[in-house]
Design a protein around this ligand. Sequence first.
Ligand SMILES: Nc1ncnc2c1ncn2[C@@H]1O[C@H](COP(=O)(O)OP(=O)(O)O)[C@@H](O)[C@H]1O
Ligand SMILES: [Mg+2]
Length: 387
Amino acid sequence: MSAVGLVGVSKVFRDGAVAVDDVTLDIADGEVMVLLGPSGCGKSTLLRMIAGLEPVTSGEVWLYGEYANDLPPSERQISMVFQDYALYPHMTVRGNVSFPLKVRGLPGEEIEDRVGAIAHQLGIAELLDRPPRKLSGGQRQRVAMGRAIVREPSLFLMDEPLSNLDSGLRSELRAEISSMVRKMGVTTIYVTHDQVEALTMADRVAILRKGVLQDVGTPDQVYSQPATMYVAAFLGAPRMNLVRAYVHVMLESHVELHLGEQALAVPWLDPRARLLAHYHGDRIVVGVRAEALWPLNSEPDGAQLRGRVRFLEHLGHESVAYVDIGAEAVIDDAAEPGRHHEPRADLAVRLPAYPSLVMGQALAVGVALDQLHFFDPKGKRIDFRRR
Ligand SMILES: Nc1ncnc2c1ncn2[C@@H]1O[C@H](COP(=O)(O)OP(=O)(O)O)[C@@H](O)[C@H]1O
Ligand SMILES: [Mg+2]
């Protein structure tokens, strides 16, 4: 039985705004599911409908096999942590963490034991007698998590709990949350707009765009087999290169992909060639991550693209060359609002730190054909198979 079942769940606000659009999703018992997407895509609204804080407009919410559309929040055995901590200011840390247990009327000794254990696990045992105003942001968020988890909920919901913290603390806390919820085995739904957070914490990631579920899978699945162009562009840094390509079938040898003046050949031995052949005479989108590209020094065999270095980015441990290959880039408008023109495609190529390259220099780039991503004109993956 799944812990959470969403069947065609939608939320339309009174002003007509569609915040969540026909989402169907199953979350297994004990699973850590991360809801990922940019600001405004409906993550919080979806979470609030699961918590019962927001009625669904249509569709069904199931919790542990029980139809839950009309179940009040208090009967859902859910704990929730928000971005802004929301601690009781007039209570100490101990008061905050023990509060949900006192409300339930648990005996004092048991409360003491459970609060002590949680405080120890979260590294806040020394802070138990302090008021919230004498805590740092990271400590406050630990306390908020302690208060939420001490009730031993069947479902733990977190809405961007780390986004008010600086980056060092964020990666420390995300590792702690990850290990804590797994140790406790509690089903967790974690909302974030940060793809690194999603990929590092999740058992599975669900990616939302404008209220529509784009893809669901393990971090490896959504990264290496993104279901849509949107997901492909959202995950990974540097951003995946998306390049317009014309498809031309050469019956005797291969399917040719024309990227501007250049071409890549997908041989018939490649199982994707037959799928690509459906688009003969048409345009598709080829996605290339930096890790599928490498600079060529000698005469190559195998697929390659040539271009000029347009700029170099030095990151200390490596450098990234952006190579203009004279092809047309495809910009996903939801991923980069405000960009309407279609600029030239600059392939991001990873290089050793501070390479002896200059701007404008010609560079040949090797291409790992098997790591290319192909999307149809609507942005759907051409060779998608999952679920
Ligand atoms: N109470 C509300 N009334 C009207 N529109 C809302 C309300 N709450 C959220 N929205 C809209 O619904 C969309 C999704 O919001 P939200 O779920 O908060 O997104 P996210 O958490 O992903 O940033 C946004 O366009 C937002 O403006
Ligand atoms: Mg939100």
